[in-house]
Ligand binder design. Sequence first.
Ligand code: GLN
Length: 245
Amino acid sequence: MSDAKKLTICHLFPDLLDLYGDKGNILSFVKRLEWRGINSELIEVKRDDKISLADADIVLLGGGSDREQKAVCEYLCAVKTDFWSYVDDGGVLLAVCGGYPMLGSYLNIAGEKVGGLGIVDMYTEQNKNRVIGNVVLESDFANGKNTVVGFENHGTKTYIKKCQPFGKVINGFGNNGEDETEGIVYKNVLGTYLHGPLLPKNPHITDELIKRALIRKYGQAELEPLYDTLEDEAHSYAVNRFSKK
Ligand code: GLN
């Protein structure tokens, strides 16, 4: 019997939430696993499909327009307790931009208050202006202090209560433009406004999420280093170009 490891990746609503190529995050997981001889299986849950997180090791929720965001939020809230169990059990969940505010208690989408999944102590309000631009963070999510680069485009602002942010804003708006925080980390949940897609531009974040999924499933994870010269160059270029001088 083969002892090859395998992670199951569940992409929630790629047909509704895939703004700015969030699917690149999936490709990043799949390739970085493949390059290390780890198998992956991709499950795409689309509109009207039954949602089950029972076999998932990594779940991705992308970004989308207000209308689609609202529809997805309603689908997900119908299976709220499955999410809570998955998160409590240490399941890895990456929620990007439109998907991120759904983690909190509520989100105000274009003047309408919509209930969220209530996984994390945070809430999201409509912002006066839309914020669009490149972002640089300092984050200790992955093994020591690192930079994270990405792109934000959102009309909302998020307030995280007693929770750990994903990073400190070096350049950009982040959660709310007031407290220099960006995103949220809770157990193995990472919520962020950053597209990019996020993971190809930040391979250290991809590897951290993979590591957490492997540890949950197999009790340990030793990730072989990869030849990341191009990824590192692209990352450093973005840091240098978009950090405030
Ligand atoms: N619809 C949300 C907004 O405009 C999220 C957009 C996104 O995912 N980039 O604020």
